[in-house]
Design a protein. Structure first.
Length: 126
């Protein structure tokens, strides 16, 4: 995913070991823009995903949802990883569709991906 051009600093988020297989370059820290939600590897001094948006679940599951945004950039290429990650998040008690819907309705967030369309695709194959 190309970097965004917002005049804000992408916030670093720690990636728990169990989710690194879903991270760009299997990074231990990723950065997410708090406006367009683009995700890239790298960063230091990670913050809680709830600093980006309070719509993220608490704990390590919040990092998993951050990574879901990275994978949703290309559903076709990442379908199996998306299915696995969503399954892990649901097993951890996260209502993925509710979380994505809340983020999508937030007027301060303008995802770089067409989140409505991605949610519909997810509903079809999950």
């Amino acid at each position: 995913m190309p970097p965004c051009d917002h005049d804000v600093t992408a916030l670093p988020v720690a990636v728990p070991n169990q989710f690194r297989k879903y991270a760009p370059e299997q990074a231990g820290v990723v950065r997410q823009c708090p406006i367009c939600f683009r995700v890239a590897s790298g960063g230091s001094d990670p913050v809680s995903p709830q600093v980006i948006t309070d719509h993220y679940p608490s704990g390590e599951a919040g990092s998993g949802v951050v990574l879901l945004f990275y994978l949703l950039d290309s559903i076709a290429s990442n379908r199996s990883e998306i299915q696995q990650l969503v399954s892990e998040l649901e097993h951890a008690g996260v209502d993925v569709f509710s979380t994505l819907s809340r983020i999508n309705r937030d007027p301060d967030i303008n995802p770089a991906i067409d989140l409505d369309r991605r949610i519909r695709h997810l509903e079809q194959f999950l």
